[in-house]
Ligand binder design. Structure first.
Ligand code: HEC
Length: 447
């Protein structure tokens, strides 16, 4: 007979029964159920410093800093709320519709940590554990530019009223064509500078519009001439990026650089004097950069319509290596999508913004270029909400809304930027896309 058959064992029962009665067990269970709450120093600061302080620090675009315990404690509940509803950090593309560089998203675990911290009363923990704030680069992010274009004089943004769109014209006075490998815009006043776009004018029309009083001219959405090209501008939170090996924007002699600035009044008069840095290369571009513009112009949204849908379709005449995507609607846009039906039946989801916000319009760069073979059908869709329940509706009560460039009109557009294999492909794509553009334009609705 072994010890396991001993009368003692039978009397006490198996050991695991015994453990239930040990006083230590319930204590352990309690520990498992209620771990020590997260602290600012150990758990919260690493999240805020990496994912929030880029914008929420003195001098950056966020309305308040989140760089110290005192800053964060005051707003613990709000931080938990805006991260749970995904309004912060601001990032519009939805998961599963394209994988993008520098995506500003938090993991479910990070969101849970911020909530647990707020629920526990926002404890600091040991300040010695607080990580160092990252060294944020000041000045030009890409180094000293080859050409600096600075607004000729400070522009005054009124305290109140509608958003202001201004165009500032810089004659480049170049003797030969130049190749631009990167563009960086440094907003002069982040309180009011909402976003900026660089537009190239080869027609000389823009410079004739300049009002010497302001050094620029006004106009919502459109610059008032047919652009010879665009350059990256500035949107909140965007990282300036060089175009990459072999890529550059060619600017021809006689071209003016037009900086379109979008200002948002803050309730206080503000001045801005923004600068643009152009980074040149001697190398003529060897890659052929071009994109596809899709859009809708037959917009006629009845008041009260919560789900007004427009679509567009474009068939690629050549192979396209898609590198980035940009979408555009105005105030009552609510959703936009771009997807591709590849030859052979596969589908590639390229972008979905489910909660359109006019204030956050970024160009999203794909982590890996998306290969779209010739014959691919690109499909775009825009949805609008013209009800009183839409808090972004500028009309109360809602009004009929048509296509147009004013903020109270609507637009639907998508630009899929990429690279084609040859000069011949470039011309073929350009011709097909310009043809498509005129077809879309011809459907424009008027009152
Ligand atoms: C790309 C820049 C950017 C990043 C990154 C960012 N914010 Fe913001 N945040 C803003 C701007 C601009 C506003 C004010 C305008 C707005 O609400 O869109 C704002 C507003 C807020 C507000 C106030 C919202 C309200 O309803 O009053 C909170 C709270 C906030 N951010 C928290 C965070 C937290 C927490 C993070 C990181 C997890 C974060 N933000 C990351 C730019 C940013």
């Amino acid at each position: 007979m072994g010890w396991w058959d001993s009368p003692t064992k039978r009397r006490l029962g198996p050991p695991y029964h015994h453990y239930h009665r040990l006083p230590m067990f319930p204590t352990l269970a309690l520990l498992v159920a209620a771990p020590a709450p997260p602290t600012f120093a150990k758990d919260v600061a690493p999240i805020l410093f990496t994912h929030c302080a880029t914008c929420h620090r003195p001098g950056a675009i966020g309305p308040f800093p989140l760089t110290t315990f005192a800053d964060a404690r005051k707003r613990a509940k709000l931080i938990a709320a805006v991260t749970a509803d995904k309004s912060m950090p601001p990032w519009k593309p939805e998961a599963g519709h394209g994988e993008f560089l520098d995506a500003r998203t938090l993991t479910a675990g990070q969101v849970a940590t911020l909530k647990a911290w707020a629920d526990a009363g926002a404890p600091e923990g040991d300040p010695k554990d607080t990580p160092k704030l990252p060294a944020f680069k000041t000045g030009w992010q890409l180094g000293k530019p080859d050409i600096v274009l600075k607004m000729p004089k400070p522009f005054t943004v009124p305290a109140e009223g509608r958003d202001v769109y201004m165009h500032f014209v810089f004659p480049l006075d170049i003797k030969t064509e130049i190749y631009v490998r990167a563009v960086e815009v440094r907003p002069g006043n982040l309180k009011v500078a909402h976003h900026a776009v660089g537009i190239l004018d080869g027609s000389g029309a823009a410079r004739k519009k300049v009002d010497p009083k302001t050094g620029g001219y006004a106009g919502f959405g459109g610059p008032g001439f047919v652009p010879a090209g665009f350059t990256p501008g500035f949107v909140p939170g965007q990282t300036p990026r060089p175009f990459g090996d072999g890529c550059a924007i060619t600017i021809k002699k006689g071209t003016d650089f037009v900086l379109q600035m979008h200002y948002h009044p803050t309730g206080k008069e503000e001045v801005d004097q923004t600068e643009v840095g152009l980074y040149l290369t001697k190398q003529k571009p060897t890659k052929h950069m071009l994109g596809v513009l899709m859009g809708t112009t037959d917009i006629d949204i009845p008041p009260g319509d919560a789900n007004y849908v427009r679509t567009d379709k474009f068939v690629l005449p050549v192979d396209l290596k898609a590198g980035s995507v940009w979408a555009h609607m105005h105030l009552i846009g609510k959703e936009c999508r771009l997807w591709a039906e590849l030859p052979g039946g596969k589908e590639a989801k390229l972008l979905k913004i489910g909660d359109w916000d006019f204030n956050w319009q970024d160009t999203y760069a794909y982590k890996d270029p998306v290969i779209l073979p010739k014959g691919t059908v690109l499909r775009a869709e825009w949805k609008f909400d013209n009800t009183a329940a839409n808090p972004r509706n500028p009309n109360a009560p809602p009004k009929r809304v048509l296509n147009g460039e004013n903020s109270t009109d609507e637009m639907g557009g998508i630009w899929l930027g990429g690279e084609v294999a040859s000069e011949g492909d470039l011309v073929a794509l350009l011709l097909a896309n310009v043809g498509h553009y005129f077809e879309v334009e011809s459907k424009k609705k008027t009152r």
